[in-house]
Design a protein around this ligand. Structure first.
Ligand SMILES: NC(=O)c1ccc[n+]([C@@H]2O[C@H](COP(=O)([O-])OP(=O)(O)OC[C@H]3O[C@@H](n4cnc5c(N)ncnc54)[C@H](O)[C@@H]3O)[C@@H](O)[C@H]2O)c1
Length: 321
């Protein structure tokens, strides 16, 4: 019996694979090394997993149904953790069809494979972006979320609904996890914390969109991985949507200050207007995650940035290629 993890070579996927392998699970990983960021980084992410005899890896694209059939036919899969996606809000505005192809059609291919191979357990990586420009003080799962403001957010929202439908029709037990901006070692190079750290380190100006008051609920990678593992063990109800956040919204200005402190360098700030697709604030209500998954974040923002910057300084040659 094995767990299939899609997006296994990515930031969250590779960290999750390592944790589940440490827990003695058999893992099948799929990834197509999507060109969104460098293949070398993704290869480096999974190099430890590839040394583990309980890890089997397929370079395969979600949109290639024949490749997926091979993976499902060759392995005894009893659960899927579906993380593969085109991630990134702003590029989705430029390339909405690509996002639809991978995040919607590719994900439906996974659901179809689950149906055909009678696999009954699914965890899906959704996103806080489904809340759009929500006016609520804190985002709880029972808020109506019908106003996504980017194709990326719309694709995640669509999948939550498709998964609900598959869960009802085909008796698939599913948990959709809404991740709130994840950061830490291996963070994607396009994400603000990573990008700003690199630019500050190199003495280059950082683009600051808006007046710096926008807030993000940042979640440290180890907390996300614990939450995903707990969701993979959860089987009490047929379908749940659960937020995984850090529970401590941090302003853009403070984010920059904390990076400056741990890098020991001052940022040069290039002030720019807010970007389309960006939301003003994300703030996770994590009480449901606490109730159903015993989820509790253990790394606060200051500690998380300290660990991220230490990793960045040790590894920066890998992503300078
Ligand atoms: N990082 C965050 O802050 C964050 C926040 C909310 C949701 N998420 C979601 O979590 C998941 C993982 O995000 P991440 O930050 O690790 O991103 P990532 O880009 O590092 O990982 C995604 C992986 O999916 C792979 N992939 C993309 N298209 C594919 C395809 N067609 N076939 C097979 N593999 C494909 C990529 O090569 C990549 O390795 C994504 O679904 C993302 O939308 C991430």
């Amino acid at each position: 019996m094995a767990i299939l993890i899609t997006g296994a070579a990515g930031f969250i996927g590779s960290s999750l694979c390592e944790e589940l392998l440490n827990r003695g699970k058999n893992i099948i990983g799929i990834d197509n090394f999507d060109a969104f960021y460098a293949r070398e980084i993704k290869e480096s992410n999974i190099k430890n997993c590839l040394k583990n005899k309980n890890f089997k890896f397929y370079e395969a694209d979600l949109t290639d149904i024949d490749a997926l059939k091979e993976v499902f036919a060759q392995n005894q899969i009893d659960q899927v953790i579906h993380l593969a996606a085109k991630a990134g809000v702003r590029p989705s505005i430029e390339h909405p069809l690509d996002y639809c192809r991978t995040n919607v059609v590719g994900s439906l291919n996974i659901l179809e494979m689950m149906r055909q191979y009678n696999i009954k357990r699914l965890v899906f990586a959704s996103s806080s972006s489904v809340y759009g420009n929500c006016r609520a003080e804190i985002f709880s799962e029972d808020l109506k979320v019908s106003e996504p403001i980017s194709p990326y957010a719309a694709s995640k929202s669509a999948l939550e609904q498709f998964i609900y439908t598959y869960s009802k029709l085909f008796d698939i037990q599913a948990v959709c996890l809404r991740f709130f901006t994840v950061y830490g070692p291996r963070q994607r190079p396009d994400l603000a914390i990573h990008k700003f750290t690199r630019l500050i380190d190199e003495g280059k100006p950082i683009p600051m969109f808006g007046d710096g008051s926008t807030k993000r609920d940042y979640t440290y990678i180890d907390d996300i991985v614990s939450g995903v593992c707990a969701a993979a063990d959860y089987d009490q109800t047929p379908y749940e949507i659960i937020n995984l956040g850090g529970g401590e919204p941090v302003s853009l200005v403070r984010m920059i200050e904390v990076i400056e402190k741990h890098l020991g360098k001052k940022a040069i700030i290039n002030h720019l207007p807010m970007q389309p697709g960006d939301v003003d604030k994300t703030a996770a209500d994590i009480s449901k995650a606490g109730r159903l998954l015993w989820y509790k974040p253990h790394t606060n923002f200051e500690q998380g940035i300290e660990k991220f910057v230490a990793w960045y300084l040790a590894e920066k040659e890998t992503f300078e290629k």
